[in-house]
Design a binder for this molecule. Structure first.
Ligand SMILES: C[S@@+](CC[C@H](N)C(=O)[O-])C[C@H]1O[C@@H](n2cnc3c(N)ncnc32)[C@H](O)[C@@H]1O
Length: 274
């Protein structure tokens, strides 16, 4: 699967001036991040990234559906169907070989259930979530998908200091740091710093502001909705909030991958000892 290096993908909607609008094929370093944004081609299965519908500018804050009926069904997060191949494609590049992936805030578990069987280089996938209700959903989706490399879900509050997993080769966290108090992000960085080996990656997926500015009007509207729902939530600024906090926890920025629907994957790595 080829990757091309350009500043940003063709915007779906008018974009903020900070990062978008560069012609395809152009390669440009990031701003203060001093790292280029990588735009991957479509997933290796050839399916195009499905754009988010206009009503869902970014992945909405855990909109989950459950099917009513006599037998309770695990909840379903529709956004996972839209973003899973794009995320998988980046994981394929970043995690060619990985003995244990620790996923934080797995939600319904649909990312684990779908991606783990398609990423054989990840030999074990440990899903977790702070919500005990989510744990049953995760296990049900994993069982239905017969995703044999996925372990039973564990309760893990990213904000806490007692994580039930002491070592992991990689940590993945999709769509949590904007839908949780900032303490969850700080706990995530501290925890990743504890469990990862030197150069081990912490992979973040979600919407971010850049240099204090939203990258799309849809993300600004999404942010407003998040903050109205809980003032402690909100789309974080990669340059002014996330990276300084991550660096304070001995993580360094590796790569930034532009994703569909104005999201990013940010790969941080545990700094090597001096
Ligand atoms: C928007 S959902 C994302 C789920 C999934 N990663 C995805 O992308 O579909 C946010 C998840 O973060 C979890 N969460 C919120 N605060 C958390 C914390 N402090 N530690 C761990 N998980 C947390 C919620 O329970 C929820 O499952």
């Amino acid at each position: 699967m080829a990757s091309m290096f350009i500043a940003v993908p063709p915007p779906r909607i008018p974009a903020a001036p900070s990062d978008l609008g560069q012609p395809a094929g152009h390669r440009q370093g990031g701003r203060s991040a001093d790292v280029e944004i990588i735009v991957s081609s479509n997933g290796s299965d050839g399916s195009p990234f499905a754009p988010a519908p206009p009503s869902s500018p970014a992945d909405a804050p855990c909109p989950m559906t459950s099917t009513p009926g006599p037998v309770p069904q695990p909840r379903h997060a529709p956004a996972t169907l839209r973003n899973r191949d794009a995320i998988r494609s980046v994981l394929e590049q970043v995690l060619a070989e990985c003995a244990l992936l620790l996923e934080i805030a797995s939600g319904t578990g649909e990312h684990a259930a779908y991606m783990a069987p398609r990423l054989p280089g990840i030999r074990a996938w440990q899903p977790t979530d702070a919500s005990t209700e989510a744990l049953a959903d995760i296990d049900a989706h994993v069982q239905a998908a017969a995703a044999t490399t996925v372990r039973p879900a564990l309760a893990l509050d990213a904000a806490g200091s007692a994580w039930p997993v002491g070592r992991a080769d990689a940590v993945l966290c999709c769509n949590m740091i904007h839908i949780a108090p900032w303490e969850a992000a700080l706990g995530l960085f501290a925890g990743a710093g504890r469990v990862l080996p030197a150069d081990g990656p912490l992979i973040l997926y979600g919407p971010f502001r850049r240099h204090g500015v939203h990258t799309a009007p849809s993300n600004a509207a999404f942010d407003e909705g998040l903050r109205a729902r809980d003032p402690r939530w909100g789309v974080r600024c990669l340059d002014r909030e996330v990276l300084p906090a991550a660096m304070a926890a001995s993580l360094r920025l590796d790569t930034i991958h532009a994703m569909p629907a104005n999201n990013l994957i940010v790969v941080l790595r545990k700094a090597s000892r001096e």
